[in-house]
Design a protein around this ligand. Structure first.
Ligand code: AMP
Length: 131
């Protein structure tokens, strides 16, 4: 069965899109640790990020770097953190999280955002991305 992220890639369920290439997609996490929390995924459906072939892994990291730099430019934060977990969704993904304190990295305190805030945040980040 297709993962929820494959359904997003196929347009079967919506997302707040930040960036897209032929091989990768970045969109806002729907239950963010902090405003601007973004997920970067390969379009190929592979469960564990470290099971990607070397080239795809390197390209995912490069794609994530581009998105992280755009987040840093558009979301006020001390720095952008990168985390790989994957316990909830079995489709490889990188979390990019704007950090102001360790709390933002702990996946415990969550930020509630309106759909307008999600939309504005995705737009602000994507305005700094040029492939
Ligand atoms: P994990 O697999 O533990 O790395 O966590 C998966 C992440 O995906 C969580 O932070 C969820 O909030 C996020 N997530 C799950 N479903 C969606 C969705 N439909 N749109 C955006 N983010 C999602």
């Amino acid at each position: 069965m297709a993962t929820i992220f494959t359904k997003i890639i196929n347009g079967d369920i919506p997302c707040y899109k930040v960036a897209e290439t032929d091989d990768f997609l970045a969109f806002l996490d729907i239950n963010p640790n902090a405003k601007g929390h973004t997920l970067c995924i390969p379009k190929v459906e592979i469960d564990k990020v470290f099971d990607l072939d070397k080239e795809s892994y390197k390209n995912l990291m490069e794609f994530s770097r581009t998105v992280a730099i755009a987040i840093q430019k558009s979301v006020p934060c001390k720095r952008v953190g990168m985390t790989v977990i994957g316990l909830e969704v079995p489709h490889a993904h990188v979390h990019l999280i704007p950090l102001n304190s360790m709390e933002d990295a702990r996946f415990i305190s969550k930020e509630k955002l309106t759909s307008g805030a999600f939309e504005a945040t995705a737009k602000a980040i994507s305005s700094h991305i040029n492939f």
